[in-house]
Design a protein around this ligand. Sequence first.
Ligand SMILES: Cc1ncc(COP(=O)(O)O)c(C=O)c1O
Length: 475
Amino acid sequence: MRLLSRKATCNSHGQDSSYFLGWQEYEKNPFDEITNPKGIIQMGLAENQLSFDLLESWLTKNPDAAGFKSEGESIFRQLALFQDYHGFPAFKNAFVEFMSEIRGNKVSFDPSHLVLTAGATSANETLMFCLAEPGEAFLLPTPYYPGFDRDLKWRTGVEIVPIQCTSSNAFQITEAALLDAYQEAQNRNLRVKGVLVTNPSNPLGTTMTRNELNLLVSFIEAKGIHLISDEIYSGTVFSSPDFVSVMEILKARNYENTDVWNRVHLVNSLSKDLGLPGFRVGAIYSNDDMVVSAATKMSSFGLVSSQTQYLLSAMLSDKKFTKKYIFENQKRLRQRHRMLVSGLEKAGIKCLNSNAGLFCWVDMRHLLKSNTFEAEMELWKNIVYDVKLNISPGSSCHCTEPGWFRVCFANMSEETLELAMQRLKAFVTEYSSTVLGQNMSSSHQSIKNSRRRSITKWVFRLSFDDGRDREPDQR
Ligand SMILES: Cc1ncc(COP(=O)(O)O)c(C=O)c1O
């Protein structure tokens, strides 16, 4: 007799997708410049490590905040005691002001509409619990963040129906795609409760256009459903066009205090904009009082700790610091993005034009043996196991076209990114000629062998290019 629940033993959390499998491979053999220079470089993790020095310098200048002190006096006991689930008012104030600042102060937010959660993961799941019953559906444009299969569906029983977007218009949402998804849900007897988008998009790294946002607002208005805008990457917009929040669109349409206004909900987090995923700070912002009230009660299951709120309320209230941080962080992201794009170009690889996020949406369709997801998986395995780069295949993001990959650029040093690009370039040169070119008719084994030999060769060469006098491993 099974003693565990169906939830505990089912597979619908999506942890077995190639997105997470790549992480597992990385864990077995992680790259380290000194101790494991031939290990797997992690390019499948959307972390922002580019601006830690700014945060650290703020901490040095403000020792009270992290030392649980206020004006030199310890407040340890206050912080250690139980907090209710409404969150610290000072922190919520600072958080909403930070949100406004990121949006160019074109919109303002009322802290009483903000619900703190343990990261955007918890915010998204909580919204599902508030807005839908098990078996009801949300429409999501593809490609989408692979974690959504776990966050939106697993514990809630909610279904995701994809809005199929394609490269023909840079993966933008169209009215036809929205209507098709709605119809598809109906064909599956699923009641549609809303649309969830990420703006800027993970994995595309693009901001939504005003046209798309207006289309979405009109769609949810016509269908009488919700819109969730996960704006976790709002602070990462590093070049034009500027970020436009759906709240700005509602304001421009004079929708404040209308039905639609109450059906639009934002998700935010400090995991990407401040690069603090370990602190677990997220938030729901909703115009609907009932949603705010229910989500606040549910937030008991994933509160943000008192000391984190205390520390970050001091940091985010320092306007001079936040202004400088946002500006400098975006500048660094822009430089990094440029570095990745030009490194890929040298390997003959293009990516979708993008202006935000911690990754690029990379087009490797020309490297596929056939236009199939099997071929995409084969190429991905080559890149993970032979080239030793963990990138995320488009299929794990539910992309409908094989050959796209998400490649992260902000979770490593410049030197590591450079090495990754050198490895990729050497691989593409070799792979194009031996596998896609003249050797196509050879047996699989001989292709593998020739690739192994050549890979040993370029790993050897890179060790020297690197300028470090380390003996290459030739076993
Ligand atoms: C679009 C999106 N939403 C939510 C999350 C989860 O973020 P958090 O670390 O704040 O839970 C991520 C993380 O990568 C994400 O990309």
